[in-house]
Design a protein. Structure first.
Length: 227
């Protein structure tokens, strides 16, 4: 299969692409205005509905939706589909921010608001812009990219500190051990960066963590800002 490597093929004469990116941002701001409070849920597109994690994701999004939170996902299958399904079941705003890919990612059918982006940059902005908290379900390279990007935005004060919840402690154990035993030990991150993380194994525990922060019962990070 032939792929168009968009980043590599950009040329100086193609600066017009910037207007398309601006257009995608404007559409996102217009369509998502007023969806707060919202929780963005990340995770693998390869998750099967037959797996326990799928059911847990549906339940998690349902509980958050019942408490008045909109649910934002990348709009595709797997974890994204499960989260949007739970939100729709709860009668909450269910948002899917889909992306055009060479091997096309079809939008799932459980959204009440859907936008399809051509550019990852614009989509990433929208995934974080309206979120009150982030829940990171097990996933692959894309999920790791989204997790580390969210933490970097908070670390560099480009975004207010919000809860970043890692769901399924056994899945994330190796990653956390590496962060604490290698990256932190060598001084490449600080203790404050890890203070942003919460580990949960049950949907109701994750929901409680989000609710406790949103109602002001918990401060996230030593230098956390007020909402």
């Amino acid at each position: 299969m032939e792929y168009g490597y968009e980043i590599n093929e950009l040329a100086k004469e193609e600066s017009w692409r910037m207007f398309r990116i601006i257009g995608e941002l404007v559409e996102g701001f217009d369509k998502l205005s007023g969806v707060e409070p919202a929780v963005t849920i990340y995770g693998s597109a390869r998750l099967s509905p037959r797996q326990k994690l799928y059911t847990q994701t549906v339940d998690l999004a349902y509980q958050l939706g019942r408490k008045g939170f909109s649910i934002i996902t990348g709009g595709g299958p797997g974890v994204m589909e499960a989260a949007n399904k739970g939100a729709l079941k709860a009668g909450a705003t269910s948002i899917g921010l889909n992306i055009e890919l060479p091997e096309e990612q079809a939008p799932n059918v459980y959204t009440t608001k859907s936008i399809t982006f051509s550019h990852f940059f614009a989509r990433k902005v929208m995934l974080v812009k309206y979120a009150t908290a982030f829940i990171i379900m097990p996933g692959g390279l894309g999920t790791l990219d989204e997790l580390t990007e969210v933490l970097t935005l908070m670390q560099t004060h480009k975004m207010k500190p919000f809860p970043v919840i890692l769901f399924n402690s056994s899945y994330w154990k190796g990653f956390l051990d590496w962060l604490q035993g290698n990256v932190l030990k060598q001084g490449f991150i600080s203790e404050e960066d890890l203070d942003l993380l919460r580990i949960c194994d049950e949907p109701e525990v994750a929901v409680e963590a989000v609710q406790r922060w949103y109602t002001g019962q918990e401060i996230i990070g030593r230098k956390a800002l007020s909402r």
